[in-house]
Design a protein around this ligand. Sequence first.
Ligand code: URA
Length: 200
Amino acid sequence: MAHREALRRREPLWFNGAVPSFGDPDAWLAIVGLAPGERGANRTGRPFTGDFAGDLLYRTLGALGLARGSYRADPGDGLVLSGVIITNAVRCLPPANRPTPAEIASCRPHLAAVLQSLARLEVVLALGRVAHDSVLRALGVAPACAPFVHGAAHPLPGGRVLVSSYHCSRYNQNTGRLTETMFRAALETAIAQRSSASRR
Ligand code: URA
């Protein structure tokens, strides 16, 4: 809290608040990130907008036909997501860009409410283990029943499916843990799971 207050004083023109979800309210796919990045979503007010992680995320969504328009790292860029909504496990900027377990737990009811509000939701794509576990807990599933594995799909209550990917963070991209090809493949798995979710 104190660091957010300090940031509000230092950067009064930044968003500096609980970042709302962005995308299609009729989404079949919810992408769940970790938390707003300091100079990304915390500055611009739109998830993954203005940081390194967003470049890969929005580029891949565009390449797969899930976003229309040009991503220009600015909430005023007119980008429209089609069938997709993006949210975060934690809504406010965490200290040192690293959310505590208490913060993740206190944001979980918001995540649960977002997922609950999506009547057409079929697939959730979790970016990273924290988002993966938080989605499971938000839906009443014990994480031990569906361990995080990059690219794997797990059934969720109500015939929905959870697909998980390493987070598209700068660290994961720079260390080669996540390549552009791997990230695209995870999104393609989410798309493939859509049709199997509809058949259940
Ligand atoms: N920006 C977000 O909104 N979420 C993340 O997880 C990372 C960057």
